[in-house]
Design a protein around this ligand. Structure first.
Ligand code: PRP
Ligand code: URA
Length: 209
């Protein structure tokens, strides 16, 4: 079974409170989502493999460590996942970025896939699927289905706020996928919104609605 980890670093928790607040405007929301994503990337990349590298410092020869070249792909679920990409690229600038377009029917809450564009070597990469919200889990499950269909096997899912319902569904459907979240909230309401959550992440990021 993959990991389930709530990243409760004080900086992450402080920044999450800023964006949960309904008075946080689009500009701050976007900036702080970026910052949280950078902080989360630090934890999510903790188990990246290292290899030895012989170098010379100004003082002596040494065998140092470097990343072993396992390549990363960041795959945001459109739209809201886009808000997390730049923050992760701050730490992993060489990552490739794929996109999966998914929207949730507001009546049925069922996800619909409308776009998939991935690096051609996605099967060779460590994939970070990013989306601020894990609500029913439908979007995440369908995005990961799309990735596995195209050969990806090494997948982590990174979100800001999750609901117990979504975590359970995602772990049942994709037990191999590690899940990282900044908060595990209480429940989903009858409209499929996470409570207390932060509202509609896509609308708040892009200033729509
Ligand atoms: C939101 C969010 C997730 C999805 C989560 O996207 O960004 O993708 O809902 O809900 P689920 O776990 O129940 O599937 P939305 O469909 O509102 O699209 P948007 O990102 O384009 O706003
Ligand atoms: N999608 C969002 O953007 N917010 C929620 O609370 C649930 C799904």
């Amino acid at each position: 079974m993959g990991k389930f980890q709530v990243l409760d670093h004080p900086l992450i928790q402080h920044k999450l409170t800023i964006i949960r607040n309904k008075d946080c405007g689009t500009r701050s929301f976007r900036e702080v989502v970026n910052e949280i994503s950078t902080l989360m990337a630090y934890e999510v990349s903790r188990d990246m493999p290292l290899q030895d590298k012989k170098i010379e410092t100004p003082v002596a020869k040494m065998t140092a460590k470097e990343l072993s070249g396992k390549k990363v792909a960041i795959v945001p679920i459109l739209r809201a996942g886009i808000g997390m990409v730049d923050g992760i690229l701050e730490l992993i600038p060489a990552a490739k970025v794929g996109h999966i377009g998914m929207y949730r029917d507001e009546e049925t809450l069922q996800p619909h896939e409308y776009f998939v564009k991935l690096p051609s070597d996605i099967d060779q990469r460590q994939v970070f699927v990013v989306d601020p919200m894990l609500a029913t889990g439908g979007s995440a499950i369908m995005a990961i289905d799309a990735l596995k269909k195209r050969g990806a096997s090494n997948i982590k899912f990174v979100c800001l706020v999750s609901a117990p319902e979504g975590v359970k569904a995602l772990r049942e459907k994709h037990p191999d996928v590690d899940i990282y979240t900044a908060a595990l909230d209480d429940h989903l309401n009858e409209d499929g919104y996470i409570v207390p959550g932060l509202g509609d992440a896509g609308d708040r990021l892009f200033g729509t609605k």
